[in-house]
Design a protein around this ligand. Structure first.
Ligand SMILES: Nc1ncnc2c1ncn2[C@@H]1O[C@H](COP(=O)(O)OP(=O)(O)O)[C@@H](O)[C@H]1O
Ligand SMILES: [Mg+2]
Length: 250
């Protein structure tokens, strides 16, 4: 139970499900191909509440990308219910899902995915453009926030890997989404740059951002407040506050 204060000062109790920013119930994703059907995610049932930092781990082929694509609204479940920030996304039409994604999810990718012919500040402004309207002052202050104010006019090729990842983080934050989805955020970085990005993620978590991060790196996973492990498409959640690993779902 979480205890939250209401506007009248009364203390209300909420279950985890009630304050979930992400909630899955029996979510299954199957891929059909010429070789038959693969069940990449099998009856996943869990929730993530606002302010959590969750690490998604698991061996190659266990369903991590499948899960991240669903949480990032890039894909929809074959069956089951997926609720993000109060909205049922399992049944949204593709155009509605595009709009929803721009509003709710900030993506931090291992490969950065910056546009090579746009400067750092223009890359951030592009995310504003897809969301609503551009505002260069705001985009510059997002770069300031990740310590890159002095690099605003640089092209990605003129930035180190760590700096490119910080532009990516500024871009993820610019529309103030409730969820940050990071896929191996330090996977392409050397130790020094990894340290800088880890400090930034720590800072964002301390400010109350919800972070969902896929990682192979046990050290990175150890930074998260909770781990969700995948194996052959099945979800094993480390419960809040420690304790034994339990299988959630049917
Ligand atoms: N588009 C697809 N078509 C068919 N099978 C797929 C597709 N994408 C993933 N799979 C299969 O689903 C399983 C999970 O894949 P994935 O989610 O990419 O795992 P991970 O990211 O953990 O490596 C794997 O067995 C993979 O081969
Ligand atoms: Mg993958």
């Amino acid at each position: 139970m979480n205890r939250t204060e209401t506007s009248t000062g009364a203390v209300a109790s909420q279950t985890r499900a009630e304050c979930a920013v992400i909630s899955l119930s029996g979510v299954t994703r199957e891929y059909s191909g010429h070789a038959g059907t693969v069940r990449a995610l099998d009856q996943a049932t869990f929730s993530i509440v606002a302010g959590e930092w969750v690490a998604i781990t698991g061996p190659s082929g266990s369903g991590k990308s499948t899960l991240v694509n669903l949480l990032g609204c890039l894909d929809r479940p074959t069956t089951g219910e997926l609720t993000i920030d109060g909205a049922d996304v399992s049944s949204m039409a593709p155009a509605e899902l595009d709009r929803f994604r721009a509003d709710k999810i900030g993506f931090i990718f291992q490969q950065f995915h910056l546009i090579p012919y746009l400067t750092a500040v223009e890359n951030v402004m592009l995310a504003q453009y897809f969301h609503s309207m551009t505002d260069e002052t705001e985009a510059r202050s997002a770069l300031d926030r990740v310590g890159l104010g002095a690099r605003a006019a640089h092209l990605p090729s003129e930035l180190s890997g760590g700096e490119q990842q910080r532009v990516c983080i500024a871009r993820a934050l610019i529309n103030n989404p409730p969820i940050l989805l990071a896929d191996e955020p330090t996977g392409n970085l050397d130790a020094a740059n990894q340290g800088i990005v880890v400090d930034l993620l720590r800072g964002l978590h301390n400010q109350g951002h919800t972070i969902v991060m896929v990682t192979h790196d046990p050290e990175m996973a150890g930074l998260a407040s909770r781990r969700i492990a995948l194996n052959h498409g099945k979800v094993f959640c480390h419960p809040v506050g420690g304790g034994p690993v339990i299988r959630l779902g049917r």
